[in-house]
Design a binder for this molecule. Structure first.
Ligand SMILES: [Zn+2]
Length: 489
């Protein structure tokens, strides 16, 4: 299917590996393929217990005595398909398609993320005529589901300290920093009491906010449905008192919540005031302030179809929930000093529920610096403790901090300018990359992440640009040559 595309060898290997199902957790076969490749090319290779493969190749073309360069990508891919696609991605190959400009897969994800890294690496190791320093090719296991391969890497297997990660999706960008993260769950004990006669239940629902990814979209400052709900309830409470029975919202810490639901009870004679006040808040305040940035947002407030709940929070607990959600830290906390669109530290209150009379709010905290993460964990613990709750942290993973001095970044910038006559975009991403963990395993490693243009990754609309694959290949080879030249001196 791809045999006429250039660079031929790269697309040859891309097609070969596309025939191997390799969703996260199903990487035995692709790992085996890479080991077999090494064996048939006379290259030393190791397969780690977690499934990662490392292939070692000597330097060529006069660069034999240089220090090794680590080329890195991940073996697994995200398996997503269209609703009408019957493919079993566990054991059936994807169906490659091309129109000469793009490559995609019919009905499924393509796995350009990160199959292109494997294809580049195998094509390089299969081309004795291409000059390069010694290569340590690190193909990690299960990046997409918790970065297992990077987490479990035995750093002693790699002697290189110059690492090119090929897992970015925009040509002309050199990524030089990524965010680390930690999850936090805050818990607040609430008091409930039995519902008296003569009460009426009202459902209030916020829906159709834009939401988004809590890392790469946090700078867009989209509204958090949990906080909008708290603002609505606060406004209503001043006009007619009520008690909260239940409140809930998003269920993933890394997704900005789009909707939230509250069930409240109030005296029957206050029912209309409550409903009208909620609508009034939305019309008079929300729409005037946020109408243009959240055009689809909807609020519904109506008498509940369900029976009146038999228990509700006390007035104190009701006010505590509203106050906690309104005032909880959330969103962008700090931006980088020379680029206000580049977020340094953030958090997202992505989860909200009541469980066993306890209010639970779940957050994902991210920062491109270790200090930034600590700053937020301190703030959040203090906030929760002052309100009589507690903050519990887990799943901590390290950031890849920007290096003031990076010979690799300088060299890759120089080569880019020579090839294209313009500067590459040197950037930090506010999401996770394996480089955070790899930096811990390989102390002092100088790293840059690159990749060709791939659109709509992790969706069935994923597609990879052929011209960009070609240019990124030429660029990678030029970078390896420049590293070799420098290493000779
Ligand atoms: Zn990837």
């Amino acid at each position: 299917m791809l045999e006429n595309l250039n660079p031929q060898k790269v697309f040859h290997y891309f097609e070969e590996i596309s025939a191997i199902p390799r969703g996260s957790g199903n990487i035995e076969a692709i790992g085996g393929y890479c080991m077999k490749f090494a064996e048939s090319h006379g290259l030393k290779a190791i397969k780690e217990t977690c499934g990662s493969v490392i292939i070692y190749a000597d330097g060529t073309g006069g660069y034999e005595n240089c220090k090794p360069v680590i080329l890195q990508g991940h073996l697994d891919m995200v398996c997503e398909k269209r609703a009408d696609c019957n493919k079993n991605m566990e054991n059936e190959a994807i169906d490659l398609r091309t129109d000469g400009v793009w490559v995609w897969a019919e009905g499924t994800t393509l796995g350009g993320d990160d199959g292109i890294a494997i294809a580049y690496i195998l094509a390089l190791l299969d081309s004795p005529e291409i000059p390069h320093p010694p290569i340590e090719a690190l193909l990690t296991a299960d990046e997409e589901t918790g970065m297992t391969g990077a987490e479990e890497l035995d750093g002693a297997l790699l002697s290189g300290r110059t690492l090119i990660n090929i897992d970015s999706e925009e040509e002309g960008y050199l990524t030089v920093s990524c965010a680390g993260g930690v999850r936090c769950c805050c818990e607040y004990q609430l008091e409930f009491t039995d519902t008296e006669d003569g009460m009426c239940a009202v459902d209030i629902e916020i829906d159709k906010l834009l939401g988004g990814h809590s890392g790469v979209e946090i700078h867009k400052r989209r509204l958090n449905a949990h906080k909008v709900m708290a603002d609505v309830l606060n406004y209503v409470y001043k006009r007619a008192p009520f008690f909260i029975c239940d409140i809930k919202g998003g269920s993933k810490t890394n997704v900005i919540p789009k909707s939230a639901l509250a069930v409240i009870v109030t005296k029957a004679e206050n029912k209309d005031t409550v409903i009208n006040a909620a609508s009034e808040y939305f019309r008079e305040i929300f729409h005037t302030v946020y109408g243009s940035s959240e055009p689809e947002a909807e609020l519904t407030a109506c008498e509940s179809y369900e029976p009146v709940p038999v228990r509700h929070m006390t007035a104190d607990s009701t006010r505590k929930v509203v106050f906690t959600l309104m005032n909880s830290p959330d969103g962008v906390v700090t931006v980088m000093k020379d680029n206000p669109d580049a977020v340094l530290s953030s958090l997202n209150m992505g989860e909200l529920c009541i469980e066993n009379d306890v209010l639970k709010t779940g957050y994902l905290i991210r920062s491109n610096s270790q200090g930034g993460k600590t700053e937020i964990t301190e703030k959040l613990s203090a906030f929760a403790e002052y309100l009589g709750g507690k903050a519990v942290f887990d799943s901590d993973y390290p950031s890849w901090e920007y290096r003031e001095s990076s010979p690799l970044r300088d060299l890759m910038t120089e080569v880019f300018v020579e090839m294209y006559g313009r500067l590459p975009v040197v950037t930090a991403i506010h999401a996770g990359l394996e480089c955070g963990l790899l930096g811990q395993k390989l102390p002092g490693a100088d790293m840059v992440s690159i990749g060709p243009d791939i659109e709509n990754v992790h969706t069935p609309d994923e597609r990879m640009n052929i011209g960009s694959v070609m240019r990124t290949w030429d660029y990678l080879l030029a970078v390896l040559e420049a590293i070799g030249e420098r290493g000779k001196k």
